[in-house]
Design a protein around this ligand. Structure first.
Ligand code: GH3
Ligand code: MG
Ligand code: MG
Ligand code: MG
Length: 308
């Protein structure tokens, strides 16, 4: 342990040092309150042994300052000849954790320090547990927004984002683009290659959709099955068409063979695109219905394309 002794009596400091030697502690000492506080900041002690009556600021003030200025708790034990009950009360209220009468008895001092050490260790353990729990919670919160298979945002995340972005676009009269995408002839893909490879295809498609969106506010999410959605805040019709083009080409560029269709066929995707400055009447549901209708048209028109 690092021990800081703050007392204006040199003899007292020497005596306490002598009590603590052979115990493998690192001992620092200061002869007045001001130096004590400076040394406290420098040596970062595990325990403070603090006299009360000192020239300059007294021990109570020192304790108050330490509690004010340093958020991390370090045990403070007062060592004082002032032993009236009120003195003890003032010391504890100033931030002291224990109060030993002078002359100090070596065994009692060491026993009290051992008790403080134990409390400090428990506190450290609790803080660590709390920190671990917070990290685990953060991770859980993060995982709860991700799709288990593809690792991109899931339906839940999408629902929250689309509602937020629709409200924002309505509030600021900004354009919003919403896209629903569906893999073409995916049932045949599964039938031909099996579900395991079907899942691999879904992962590759999810990843390329996600990576094709560049702005941080843009979201690609798995809506369910082989259907994905993209939310593009502040994107007008012109921008929407550019993104849709990019997405159609990105999926093609994977060149995933789809021999379930014909020999040289590759996996493609169809996109239903809605872009608007939404008025008050627009809802998440109406956006989705409209995008779904466009997607249906894209399928009907021959797939591997977008319709806006
Ligand atoms: P279309 O071009 O009209 O979209 O035809 P399609 O065959 O893709 O459409 P349909 O909705 O009939 O089929 C979707 C298929 O997606 C059905 C199911 O076998 C497959 N599918 C849905 N979810 C998963 C999944 O998590 N993993 C795999 N491997 N396949 C899935
Ligand atoms: Mg003194
Ligand atoms: Mg589908
Ligand atoms: Mg499909």
């Amino acid at each position: 342990m690092k021990i800081l002794i703050i007392d204006d009596s040199k003899i007292e400091r020497v005596i306490i040092r002598s009590y603590l030697q052979h115990l493998n502690h690192e001992v620092f000492d200061a002869g007045n309150g001001e130096t004590g506080i400076t040394l406290f900041a420098e040596c970062n002690p595990d325990i403070v042994l603090l006299g009360v009556v000192m020239s300059g600021i007294n021990g109570y003030e020192v304790a108050r300052k330490i509690r004010q200025e340093f958020t991390d708790w370090v045990p403070i034990i007062f060592l004082s000849g002032k032993t009236a009950p009120e003195d003890i009360m003032i010391g504890i209220e100033a931030g002291g954790d224990d109060y030993l009468p002078k002359p100090i008895q070596k065994t009692i001092l060491i026993a009290k320090m051992t008790a403080m050490e134990r409390i400090a260790a428990m506190r450290t353990q609790l803080l660590k547990t709390k920190n671990d729990l917070e990290l685990a919670n953060e991770e859980l919160g993060r995982l709860a927004t991700l799709d288990g298979l593809t690792g991109i945002a899931n339906r839940r995340h999408l629902d929250i984002t689309i509602a937020e972005e629709l409200a924002r676009a309505q509030r600021h009269a900004q354009p919003l683009t919403f896209i629903i995408a569906d893999i073409d002839f995916f049932k045949k893909y599964n039938d031909h290659y099996g579900h395991i490879q079907g899942d691999e295809c879904l992962k590759a498609v999810a990843s390329i959709l996600d990576n094709s969106l560049r702005r941080p506010a843009e979201l690609a999410a798995r809506y369910g099955g082989e259907e994905f959605c993209m939310v593009l805040p502040n994107t007008d019709t012109k921008g929407a068409k550019l993104v849709a083009d990019k997405l159609v080409n990105a999926v093609r560029s994977l060149e995933i063979l789809h021999a379930g269709l014909h020999e040289h066929a590759i996996v493609t995707m169809s996109f239903g695109v809605v872009s608007m400055i939404p008025d008050r009447k627009v809802t998440v549901k109406s956006l989705m219905l409209e995008a779904d209708a466009k997607l249906y048209q894209a399928k009907h028109n021959g797939r591997d394309q977008w319709v806006i």
